[in-house]
Design a protein around this ligand. Structure first.
Ligand SMILES: Cc1cc2nc3c(=O)[nH]c(=O)nc-3n(C[C@H](O)[C@H](O)[C@H](O)COP(=O)(O)O)c2cc1C
Ligand SMILES: [Mn+2]
Length: 518
């Protein structure tokens, strides 16, 4: 199990030697981000994931707690999920493969054949029934309630991540003419590690999404949800109805919650968080809006989005390693800020990988393997390599049985939920390790004839893709790096890949010490 509160989680990190308490006074403007960026690129104290053969998998440094931040009494925690050990602790699992196995059991329960087997499954089903959130009357997140003028975003230690963040004069804008006319400018400060809680106005179902929030003033902010995400879908519904949209920004809570907020569109985040947490998440009603939020949160910002008001949001140094350009996004108005006594403010920075979000993404990669296999049974395993910042590239391993199978898999991926945004796909055979970039690239470069083994198509792409010819619309490429079959075009006799025979390997292993080579 993970931790019940974010503060408990930090204590757990501290006990494991995974936390540094920084007592030196630091600025929330760029300084914290620059420190964090440097730490993310250093080795992590504990072991990396067995699967991950990349250098990045061993990095992440330690989590940081800045106890003395200029302009606020609230300490800032950053890089708290930024290594395999820390994400495993947060999700209460020894490793991500074990977690994926738990998900596998959920999505594909073996069909019970005998009464005995049915009986054995009963405890599992009972456990599943205990995942839904529970509403309670009070929670630590409302130990302090600030309404009216007392609710003030600028009292929180909200950080600026990159030099041009929020600067419309930096050239990082979609439409300079529109920007020149903007009267209300945002600051460079962004809330980056919050769960944004919204509800579908028709069906009532809840969503949690991790979207950045740009501070515009004491009680005003811009909400940056991508059009493909559930929060944006909810917003369009309120817009159509001409109604204000209640929205809560939640910081902290159960250690599984920040991760749950990053789950792909269509997943019931609170149910999944309950599953990860081992028990349903406790929720309390907000003070000023019709919304329930985790009772164990550190800080909750309540308010509403006005569907008639737009703000020029951005630019923002994004997880692609580039600025996302300033554009119009909805305005959020704060109605209250509630928090526990002595809260901690959690945040993160994104940027050129490896960063903290690499590990959040890897958790999703593993958790969704069983689901991907269910949709595309040809897939044995896959990896989203760090240089592809998730949507740019996927390495996919299949058990090849017939001609053109790799292409079928590519097109299936281009039609599969959030994976459909993938720009580059490399399909490899069973014996290739998709978690070892060298192994994949070796087979890509050697097994591909670019005039025969490449599939190019078009479709929706991630809105952060700056290279695509249209916003959210662009090209995709698939490389078939599998061994070719005769029906796949002109294929000459295919050579075997080199490998030493088992007997010689055993002989050398046995005599290794004798050779005197160390
Ligand atoms: C650190 C971090 C920051 C993110 N920032 C944004 C953002 O500003 N806007 C956005 O739409 N998605 C952002 N995402 C991605 C979404 O959280 C993610 O795609 C999620 O699946 C959306 O789920 P939803 O459709 O349920 O909202 C971010 C993810 C992480 C890990
Ligand atoms: Mn969702």
């Amino acid at each position: 199990m993970g931790s019940a509160t974010f503060s408990d989680f930090l204590n757990q990190l501290d006990r494991d030697g995974e936390l540094v308490r920084v007592k030196t006074r630091v600025s929330p403007i760029l300084e914290i981000a620059a420190i964090c960026d440097r730490v993310c690129k250093t080795p992590a104290p504990h072991s990396h994931d067995e699967l991950d053969r990349t250098d990045a998998g061993k990095l992440g440094g330690r989590a940081l707690l800045f106890e003395n931040v200029e302009g606020s009494d609230i300490p800032v925690a950053i890089n708290t999920f930024g290594s395999y050990h820390r994400i495993n602790l947060a999700l209460g699992t020894p490793n991500l493969t074990t977690l994926a196995d738990r998900v596998q059991q959920l999505v594909k329960p073996e069909i019970p054949t005998t009464l005995m087997e049915k009986m054995k499954r009963l405890p599992d089903l009972m456990k599943m029934a205990s995942y839904p959130p529970k509403t309670v009357r009070t929670g630590i997140c409302q130990q302090v309630v600030l309404e009216g003028d007392d609710a003030d975003l600028t009292k929180l230690p909200i950080i600026q991540c990159w030099p041009s963040d929020g600067n419309l004069d930096s050239g990082q804008v979609f439409d300079p003419a529109a920007c020149a006319k903007v009267t209300e400018r945002g600051t460079g400060r962004y809330i980056t590690l919050a769960g944004i809680y919204t509800r579908n106005p028709e069906m009532g179902d809840r969503n949690i999404g991790m979207y950045r929030v740009q501070v515009f003033g004491k009680r005003k902010a811009a909400m940056h949800w991508h059009m493909h995400h559930d929060g944006a879908r909810h917003f369009r519904m309120y817009q159509k109805r001409g109604e204000k949209m209640p929205l809560a920004i939640v910081l902290g809570g159960e250690s599984v919650l920040p991760y749950a907020a990053t789950l792909p569109p269509g997943v019931e985040e609170l149910l999944f968080a309950g599953f990860l947490n081992g028990t349903g998440i406790e929720l309390v009603p907000c003070k000023t809006i019709n919304m329930d939020v985790p009772s164990n949160a550190e800080i909750v910002i309540e308010g509403y989005v006005d569907p008639t008001e737009k703000l020029m949001e951005g630019p923002f140094g994004d997880h692609t390693g580039f600025y996302s350009l300033a554009d119009w996004y909805p305005a959020f108005h704060v109605t209250a800020i509630t928090h526990r006594k002595n809260p901690i403010y959690p945040t993160t920075i994104v940027g050129k990988p490896p960063m903290e979000d690499y590990f959040l993404g890897k958790a999703t990669e593993r958790v969704f393997l069983p689901l991907l296999k269910m949709i595309i049974p040809d897939v044995i395993d896959y990896s989203l390599p760090i240089s592809g910042v998730f949507h740019n590239c996927a390495f996919v391993k299949i058990r090849k049985e017939y001609p053109m199978q790799a292409r079928r898999v590519m097109h299936a991926i281009w039609g599969a939920g959030q994976m459909s945004f993938t720009k580059f796909i490399v399909v490899v055979d069973e014996q290739v390790n998709v978690h070892d970039e060298h192994d994949v690239l070796f087979h890509l470069f050697s097994n591909c004839d670019p005039s025969r083994d490449v599939e190019i198509t078009r479709g929706p792409v991630d809105i952060l893709d700056h290279a695509s010819y249209e916003f959210g619309v662009g090209g995709k490429i698939g490389f078939d790096a599998t061994v070719k079959l005769p029906a796949e075009g002109k294929v000459r006799p295919w050579p075997a890949e080199l490998e030493m025979d088992a007997a010689t390997k055993a002989l050398v292993e046995r005599k290794w010490k004798e050779y005197g080579i160390h």
